[in-house]
Design a protein around this ligand. Structure first.
Ligand code: ADP
Length: 341
């Protein structure tokens, strides 16, 4: 989108643009911002964290843990002040690997008290293979405990009611059975109606879905349940056929989403908070080593600043700085001490 297009889009009369300033004021009240003083809060990320196996040479495999919503929880924890809690919501098994994953989360300062452990279940697993410099991913997740994360509606409700911001993704939705998606949506809608922030990254992954129609319809329903969506333009163009970033923003506003943040790789992000459109450039990457988790880490950096009193543009600049640091290192999860302050 050119700058003049952004301007035209911003002033296009719509019920959203007239609501822009109220939206931001309401947002700041909702996030407990009094002047520039921000009180702490509770961040809940819902989804699947998997066991990651990568090549360590000589036929050996290195074991790690990662998953889109967990990566965002990791970077949110790294960027939020200590008076904010960050909890992960998923289901795990009662096997040793599930225990190691829980210990890793706790070691990172991420709360695990909402995580249900299901007897005789195990976490999902993926293997990264390098062929001619290209990474390919093989998944074993059909029987993963995380597929049952929304099966206990009361448990899910208690976790959501205890939180100020709830974050989920299209991957969270893609692993769930239809009934479980309905349960999750009804709890998210309840949270939205109660004035909480419900943030959604569509993270469109066709291989998780039975067909394109159900995938796109469920992503749209996820957006309807949200107050803020953070899509990646490449995905939206490929699957919804959006001609440009403005089309992605307009489509999500039309679904009733007040705030939209469209990520576009090195082209930066375009924000539309209540129809007030701004472009924030990416931070130039001196070296792109591994783009895994670029979007997830942007989301963590962005949300952590937005929740603690920054303007959307300031928050996006921090998200971009975090993402550029992350893609300069190997792996989805980098040591928090490497991140910009
Ligand atoms: P996703 O990983 O979800 O596809 P993007 O590719 O849009 O998301 O990247 C998310 C963010 O990461 C961007 O908004 C930008 O800040 C940063 N980013 C990604 N690729 C680059 C790059 N090549 N140079 C600088 N920043 C990048």
């Amino acid at each position: 989108m050119t700058k003049s297009e952004i301007g035209r889009f911003a002033i296009k009369p719509s019920r959203h643009s007239t609501l822009a300033s109220q939206t931001i004021i309401a947002y700041r009240q909702m996030t407990k911002i009094v002047g520039r003083t921000v009180l702490g809060g509770k961040f809940l990320s819902i989804g699947e964290c998997m066991v990651e196996l990568s090549q360590a040479g000589d036929g050996l495999l290195r074991r790690g843990f990662a998953g889109d919503t967990f990566n965002t929880a990791w970077y949110s924890r790294a960027c939020l002040p200590a008076d904010w809690s960050v909890d992960y919501f998923t289901a795990l098994g009662d096997d040793p690997l599930s225990g190691e994953m829980l210990a890793m989360m706790q070691g990172a300062g991420i709360g695990t008290s909402h995580i249900r452990q299901i007897a005789a279940k195990t976490p999902g697993l993926y293997l990264i293979t390098l062929k001619d410099g290209e990474r390919t991913f093989s998944y074993w997740r059909d029987t993963a405990a995380a597929k049952k994360l929304a099966d206990d509606a009361d448990h899910l409700r208690r976790a959501i009611e205890a939180s100020d911001i709830i974050y989920f993704s299209g991957i969270t939705l893609g692993i769930l059975a239809p009934d479980a998606i309905d349960t999750l949506f009804s709890e998210l809608r309840r949270a939205k109606a109660a004035g909480k922030t419900v943030a959604f990254d569509p993270n469109i992954r066709p291989r998780l879905w039975a067909g394109k129609d159900v995938m796109l319809k469920t992503i749209e329903d996820g957006a309807r349940a949200s107050t803020l969506v953070l899509p990646s333009f490449d995905d939206e163009k490929a699957h919804f056929g959006d001609a440009d970033v403005a089309a992605t923003i307009a489509r999500y506003h039309a679904l009733g989403v007040a705030n939209v943040v469209v990520k576009d790789g090195p082209n930066g992000v375009t924000l539309s908070f209540g129809g007030d459109v701004q472009h924030v450039p990416a931070v130039e990457a001196k070296a792109v080593v591994d783009t895994t988790s670029a979007g997830d880490s942007f989301n963590g950096g962005f949300l952590s600043r937005l929740l603690t009193g920054a303007t959307p543009a300031e928050a996006a600049a921090h998200g971009a700085a975090v993402a550029t640091t992350v893609i300069g290192h190997h792996g989805a999860l980098i040591d928090p001490s490497l991140l910009p302050r």
